[in-house]
Design a protein around this ligand. Structure first.
Ligand SMILES: *Cc1c(COP(=O)(O)O)cnc(C)c1O
Length: 347
């Protein structure tokens, strides 16, 4: 009953097989492997963006930080949600790789940035005043760190505000496939057609050993990104093994199948919580949800071996009578384990 994170599960066997298959003979290094050529073509096809620059790195933090560095000057503000991964979970990598750009946090109710809140944040950093940081890129996460989803119109509303101010837009897509499946739209619709300039296209949370793609729709930014990736020590010499993962991920819609399974697992979990009257904090739309568990239920679940992160009170703390649990489902979650967890909820 493992709900701690979607990166704690195994990688998909066909991805492992693709890495084994790639382990034969000589191939160009540093991204000059023939597999990468096919991956680039495939990602351009998926995004309907024949000119897009496509690079692979091994962590989402690298993809986010290097993309933001490509779009931000050190004196820029990077606008992001208060709960954004770039703010809470990257140990200052975006600040480090941008050479000190300032993250300007936008308060959110459910992980999604509201248009008015974005306007207010931009207004706090007026362009042209030498004393303050200048407005820079907007970074949004889809699905959000709170498990919620932006509609296409909501993304477009935010990017329109950014464009009014001449600001580029980055999308943290650690759970890109989960969002795409939930919205049932194309990758182009969710990104450049909605005004997004660059994407961290996640794979690790959805069945890869460890690859994320940085996708940049403006080819003029490509060379700078390449230099930044190398300088940041994220250009892999035996790159073929990254390429092989991504190729297998995108083959025959595997990425979408895994995301659909993870989302379905989460929907079933949400249904189980609803049936037992457990409060959910936000409307879960992908493969992750937040639930307020009464302390007794929390202790029962933990006692039965369930694994998940919980905040807001511990058994050692006498006062709180509940915790907020983050429950994440991956594609590989055994149905019997999910059923066992739901059974425990029911009594
Ligand atoms: C997991 C995650 C990342 C990437 O994290 P790494 O540990 O660096 O691979 C980025 N953004 C979000 C929203 C995530 O959940």
């Amino acid at each position: 009953m493992f709900f701690a994170s979607d990166n704690a599960g195994p990688a998909h066997p066909s991805v492992m097989q693709a890495m084994v298959d790639a382990n034969s003979g000589y191939m160009g290094s540093y991204g000059a492997d023939p597999i990468m050529e096919r991956v680039r073509a495939k990602i351009r096809e998926v995004f309907e963006a024949p000119e897009a620059a496509v690079y692979l790195v091994a962590t989402g933090t690298a993809a986010n930080a290097l993309l933001l560095a490509t779009y931000a000057q050190p004196w820029h503000a990077v606008f992001c949600a208060d709960v954004a991964h770039v703010e809470q979970d990257e140990c200052g990598a975006p600040e480090f790789f941008t050479n000190g750009a300032k993250l300007s946090l936008i308060p959110t109710a459910d992980g999604r940035i509201a248009p008015d809140a974005l306007r207010a944040a931009i207004a706090r950093h007026p362009a042209g005043v030498v004393h303050g940081v200048q407005p820079g890129p907007l970074s949004i996460t889809q699905i959000t760190e709170s498990g919620t989803l932006y509609g296409l119109d909501e993304i477009a509303a935010l990017t329109a505000i950014a464009k009014e101010h001449g600001l580029p837009v980055h999308l943290d897509g650690a759970r890109f496939a989960n969002a795409l499946v939930a919205l049932d739209c194309s990758a182009a619709d969710m990104t450049w057609r909605a005004g997004v300039d660059c994407v961290s296209f996640g794979g690790t949370k959805n069945g890869l050993p460890g690859v994320e793609a940085a996708v940049i729709f403006d080819p003029e930014k490509a060379w700078e990104f390449e230099l930044r990736r190398k300088r940041a020590a994220h250009l892999f010499s035996k790159h073929r093994y990254l390429s092989a993962q991504m190729e297998a991920y995108l083959a025959d819609g595997l990425w979408l199948k895994m995301a659909a399974q993870a989302n379905a697992n989460c929907a079933k979990l949400a249904e189980g919580l609803r049936e037992t009257g457990v409060e959910m904090l936000h409307q879960p739309r992908g493969n992750m949800l937040f639930a307020r568990l009464p302390m007794a239920l929390h202790e029962k679940l933990k006692g039965a071996g369930a694994v998940y992160y919980a905040k807001g009170g511990t058994p050692a703390n006498a006062t709180p009578d509940s915790v907020v649990a983050r429950l994440v489902c991956d594609w590989s979650l055994p149905e019997a384990e999910l059923d066992r967890f739901i059974g425990l909820l029911k009594g």
